[in-house]
Design a protein around this ligand. Structure first.
Ligand code: FMN
Length: 399
């Protein structure tokens, strides 16, 4: 990001302190960052911290600052390549959506003509309020991009979406503005993501903790690099990346049907979904009632093996599988690669803490058909997605 000129807008969220780390990372990457704060943001963090780290004065007071008469917000806006608002409060989203300009940040936003990226952070109730969702829709309709908040424990004690996205995820999204590639133009990807839900009765199901983040990161990076994506996803909290052809599903057999339907029109299939291996033999029509101390015996039957069905069709596609294992990782991954006739397999150890399911990070080994193994260090899933896409592209070029 050498010479990238970024304005970092900070508003009055409890997550404002995280903007300090974001600023530090951007400066380390070589970006020139100017920080602009809303009038209330100073109640959470002092401008001096941002001044010291950015090496520039912080624009936070509209009227009583020494440079007010020079209309500093206009100067800063003219020079920037990208405006990042992180964290963005519900109130700031409202001001931006409706064109209000009553503090330094909202004024700069109106004066700014370039791309805008927003990372909101707020209480879960605020996030789902129709007014906030309406403001987000308005901003999106103007081309503003978002890094959605994550589900998790919020400062107010509630669990739900609203927590500022991980700083590394925001940094990667910012980086993608400055390192745009279009090397996947003309390549059609079919990507599966997330868990599957195998119903037991009308209210219960068998599933796993897959968040879908890896598959969604892949879909997003394919789009960012000019490719086409059909994204088949089991139930997740995530919003489908813009521009993908999104096909939601629940059960493994539904996912299989969708994969088989779209397979012919793709060049690359990436099966990153954590498809359930078992489903109940029968689906109870009514909610199963507890019968005193008596246990419940469920007979499980294997679900469709999507990759085996794909292999049987023997279509000329590049196929990538994922192996999430808790033991004998590499042996199991190699066995799966051969059995399912894959070109590449991405193996990750789900017993290791801080990576894999739910996490924004992963540490994987990529194994190819020739049994070459490449260990990647711990990285954000978006970076892993890009590295995997590089490997896929290189195989496509040599096939
Ligand atoms: C302790 C505390 C934490 C807050 N955290 C948030 C938050 O994370 N997100 C949010 O939208 N508002 C939050 N608010 C409310 C905003 O600070 C308030 O709406 C403020 O007017 C927003 O100002 P600004 O958007 O102009 O910066 C919080 C308020 C307090 C007192």
């Amino acid at each position: 990001m050498k010479n990238a000129k970024i304005v970092l807008g900070v508003s009055a969220s409890i997550a404002a302190y995280k903007a300090v780390e974001l600023l530090r990372l951007l400066v380390v990457e070589g970006a020139e960052v100017r920080v602009v704060m809303s009038a209330n943001a100073g109640k959470f963090i002092a401008p001096l911290t941002f001044e010291a780290l950015s090496g520039h004065p912080v624009y936070h007071a509209q009227f009583d600052a020494p440079n007010s008469a020079e209309m500093e917000h206009i100067r800063v806006a003219e020079k920037a390549d990208l405006l990042v608002v992180a964290p963005a409060t519900a109130s700031m989203l409202g001001k931006m959506a409706h064109g209000l300009a009553d503090d330094a940040l909202s004024s700069l936003h109106l004066a700014f003509k370039g791309p805008v990226l927003i990372a909101p952070a707020m209480n879960e109730g605020m996030w789902w309020h129709p007014a906030v969702q309406g403001n987000i829709a308005t901003l999106k309709s103007r081309g503003v991009k978002f890094v959605d908040p994550e589900p998790g424990e919020l400062a107010c004690g509630v669990i739900g979406p609203g927590r500022l996205a991980d700083i590394s995820v925001i940094r990667e999204k910012i980086k993608s503005y400055f390192c745009q590639r279009d090397d996947l133009i003309g390549i059609r990807f079919l990507i599966t993501a997330g868990p599957t839900h195998e119903a037991i009765d009308p209210v219960r199901y068998l599933s796993n903790p897959s968040s879908g983040k890896m598959g969604y990161a892949l879909a997003e990076q394919v789009k960012a690099r000019g490719g086409e994506v059909v994204l088949i996803s089991g139930p997740t909290y995530l919003k489908p990346p813009e521009g993908v052809d999104f096909k939601p599903c629940k059960r493994a057999d539904e996912m299989n049907d969708l994969v088989q339907e779209h397979l012919e029109n793709c060049d690359v299939l990436v099966m990153s979904a954590a498809v359930g291996d078992f489903a109940t033999e029968t689906l109870a029509k009514e909610k199963i009632k507890k019968q005193g101390d008596a246990g419940l015996v469920l007979k499980l039957v294997p679900t469709k093996d999507i990759l085996l069905d794909v292999a049987k069709r023997n279509l000329d596609k590049l196929v990538v599988g994922f192996a999430a294992e808790s033991q004998n990782l590499l042996e199991s991954a190699l066995e799966k690669l051969k059995k399912k006739n894959l070109d590449l397999i991405v193996a990750n150890d789900i017993s290791a803490s801080g990576i894999g399911f739910q996490s924004d990070f992963n540490q994987v080994t990529i194994i190819d058909r020739e049994e070459n193994m490449e260990n990647l260090p711990l990285k954000p899933k978006r970076e892993i997605a890009d590295l995997l896409l590089d490997r896929i592209l290189s195989r496509l070029k040599h096939s």
